[in-house]
Design a protein around this ligand. Structure first.
Ligand code: HEM
Ligand code: SF4
Ligand code: SF4
Length: 656
């Protein structure tokens, strides 16, 4: 495997006439990844999903455009419903099952709370998986994002563990399998003198203290989740942490409907003397049960550790070459703090200026270890004080000027400028040295890593130099450079600094359109409209009935995706054939044996040798089992303990 190439921040040479990029994509801020093409194809799945939803559901209510925030809201619902469930649930091995069964007849509210707790936890796992998959295929794990990625893996493990232990607390047959699988894995670790699995041999031997411990850990894990979540987003500026009130209400109402139609149920009560046969499980949390009954504890540990390590190492294994980072030229910085406010990754710090009388008190400094190279700070800086090696702002200014000089003017010869985000619908456009593409006649295209790279002054400048219109094309639903689309829209609407001054360009159209990679045709259509001097079509003209049916389709699909896996058959369950389990804990007979004498001693006469030492060891305990006259087990169990003087332990399962 090739090592990750270090960032060499070499400046791209842009001559006044020729752009050294053949494709808009060449200015992508995304690092080079291994398996990039496959990731792109998979990412297109998410993009198409959003494209399908976009005409009917606003970004605020689109669950796929804010999957992390949806997972968070579901976490809160799960937490609150879990706490309220304690009014009905009894955390004791003897009463847990009955206390939950009693809800069916005894308490509508209790049953609702139980179902809400289950489905919010399931929904959380669903959105966690979708969110993790989306950041993976979008390549949003490299560079400084490693912290969000690694803490995301920790979050996933903690959420899963909490759900796994939650099912233990019902003390039904699912809990029985969960307990046995957990004990099997824990017994591999050298912690317990007496294997935990032995506590699940009979109903009497089940350890009630252990049950309470599981309950306690189940309550404690959300605290760890809170800490991991804080780390998860600590490097993100203005994170979309929770869904809006409207979206949260939609989530809550959907969960309520599911809970009423399909209330959560338990399996048959746990019975250690019965092998659970056919039963349904919650695939979101209990899927490992498909293999735990068939594999040994050690193998399960190897699979778990290899899986978790592999996923954790993604940011290091998949990145071939890191993105270039931005740098502030101290001499140009006037300390306005705009880049500091705009940087989506909190990579900029304002430092006090120690020298330079009459200048601003502070200047901006970019920490390369935190910079993802999105270029948004270039679009923040009035004095062009940010150096962006891939696309130098000052050189690009000259290049835009050059594009617009010496052009024949008049009807049919006017030229428009398109600032094209590399992740947008125009990402795959090929360009000639003058920035022209046959797909967008009448336009000179300026490729940019993110629409946020474009400073409004550059747009005004292009118009001053003669551009007959400016199109700013950004990506849409889930921007690779977070905040890029939002800041661009606000800057162009004059709602955020540096604000675009409409009055300076009166009569010249400046359109900001959001189109993802899959919407090339729409881009060409809108570009044509601009060249025909038409109006920008108003968005969201979808008829109301279509919007409602789309929303209903999305909600139904999500509800089905939550409910069906939550009560699905346990594939590859164990054969419920009878079996005999033989287990004992027995001390072998103590024997004393003389320790071997040293060679030196052996050469001496017996009365001249040193005192002989006696060793006390236990003999192994032997087990022989016959069934119908046939011997099925013949085994010896060595004594435990460091000095082989401990107790012999046996646990054998004999299928009949
Ligand atoms: C309980 C589960 C999780 C929750 C609640 C959660 C929540 C969030 C939130 C709110 C954001 C910020 C989104 C934004 O403002 O742009 C985020 C970002 C992120 N999450 Fe998660 N997340 C979870 C699990 C995961 C998992 C399992 C992974 C992957 C292993 C992951 C990887 C990331 C990454 C890499 C980012 C940064 C994305 C970017 O830079 O644009 N998260 N998450
Ligand atoms: S805004 Fe600038 S400093 Fe912040 S991550 Fe993007 S390129 Fe780096
Ligand atoms: S936006 Fe430019 S001038 Fe303002 S603080 Fe940042 S680098 Fe300095």
């Amino acid at each position: 495997m090739e090592p990750v190439t270090e960032i060499d921040n070499q400046k791209t040479k842009i001559s006044e006439r020729e752009l050294p990029f053949q494709k808009v994509m060449d200015v992508r801020s995304r690092p080079q990844l291994r398996g990039e093409q496959l990731l792109d194809v998979l990412n297109e799945g998410f993009i198409r999903l959003n494209q399908w939803i976009k005409p009917g559901i606003s970004a605020e209510l689109n669950p796929f455009a804010q999957m992390g925030a949806v997972a968070n809201t579901l976490f809160v619902i799960s937490l609150v419903s879990g706490i309220l469930l304690l009014f009905w649930y009894s955390p004791s091995i003897h009463h847990a099952y009955e206390s939950l069964e009693a809800l069916k007849q005894g308490s509508v509210l209790g049953q609702f709370m139980r179902s809400l707790h289950r489905y919010s936890s399931d929904g959380m796992m669903l959105f966690l998986l979708l969110h993790g998959l989306q950041v993976l295929v979008a390549g949003k794990f490299s560079g400084p994002r490693w912290l969000a990625w690694v803490s995301g893996v920790v979050l996933a493990v903690l959420v899963w563990l909490d759900g796994w232990l939650g099912y233990w607390l019902v003390w039904d047959q699912r809990a029985q399998l969960v307990a046995r699988a957990s004990a099997k894995m824990l017994d591999v670790l050298p912690f317990f003198a007496d294997p935990l699995s032995r506590s699940f041999l009979t109903n009497e031997s089940v350890n009630s203290l252990l049950f309470f411990l599981v309950f306690f850990i189940h309550m404690l894990i959300p605290l760890g989740l809170g800490i991991a979540l804080w780390i998860h987003i600590m490097r993100l500026n203005q994170s979309v942490f929770f869904t809006t009130r409207r979206m949260s209400a939609v989530i809550f109402v959907s969960l309520t409907v599911i809970s009423v139609i399909y209330p959560a149920t338990s399996a048959t009560k746990a019975d250690m003397l019965t092998i659970p046969g056919e039963l349904t499980i919650d695939w979101f949390y209990l899927l490992p049960l498909v293999i735990t009954e068939h594999l040994k504890g050690g193998t399960l540990w190897v699979l778990t550790l290899v899986g978790i390590t592999g996923i954790t190492l993604v940011p290091w294994v998949l990145v071939k070459r890191r993105s270039q980072t931005a740098r502030v030229l101290e001499s140009r910085c006037n300390g306005c703090t705009q880049c500091y406010q705009d940087c989506p990754y909190n990579a900029i710090t304002m430092m006090p200026r120690l020298e330079g009388k009459g200048r601003s008190e502070s200047y901006a400094v970019i920490d390369p270890a935190r910079c993802v190279g999105c270029g948004i700070c270039v679009g923040s800086c009035d004095p062009a004080g940010v150096e962006y090696p891939l696309l130098e702002p000052l050189q690009m200014r000259k290049w835009v000027d050059a594009l617009l000089t010496d052009l024949p003017r008049g009807n049919g010869h006017s030229v428009r400028i398109a600032f094209m985000c590399a992740e947008s619908a125009g990402g795959t456009l090929t360009l000639n040295a003058s920035g022209e593409s046959p797909s967008m006649p009448g336009f000179r295209i300026v490729p940019v890593p993110c629409a946020g790279w474009v400073h409004p002054l550059l747009i005004e400048r292009a118009i001053r130099k003669g551009a007959a219109g400016v199109l700013v094309v950004s990506c849409d639903a889930d921007p690779y450079c977070r905040k890029g689309v939002e800041w661009t829209a606000k800057r162009l609407a004059g709602e955020r600094k540096p604000a675009f001054r409409k009055e300076k360009v009166e009569g010249v159209p400046v359109w900001h359109i959001r189109l993802d990679r899959t919407e090339r045709k729409e881009l060409q259509r809108i570009a044509r409209l601009m060249t025909e001097n038409a109006q920008l079509p108003a968005q969201n003209q979808t008829p109301r009935w279509r919007r409602w049916s789309l929303a209903a389709a999305v909600l139904t699909a999500l509800a089905l995706l939550t409910v069906f896996p939550s009560d699905a058959p346990l594939i590859a369950a164990r054969d419920p054939q009878p079996e005999i389990v033989v287990s004992f804990k027995h001390p072998g007979q103590l024997v004393e044996q003389q320790k071997a004498t040293s060679q030196k001693d052996e050469k001496l006469l017996p009365h001249m040798r040193g005192a002989a030492t006696l060793e006390r060891v236990r003999v192994p305990v032997r087990l022989r089992v016959w069934i119908d006259g046939r011997e099925v087990i013949r085994k010896a169990y060595k004594p435990g303990g460091l000095f082989h003087d401990g107790i012999s332990l046996a646990m054998e399962t004999i299928p009949l």
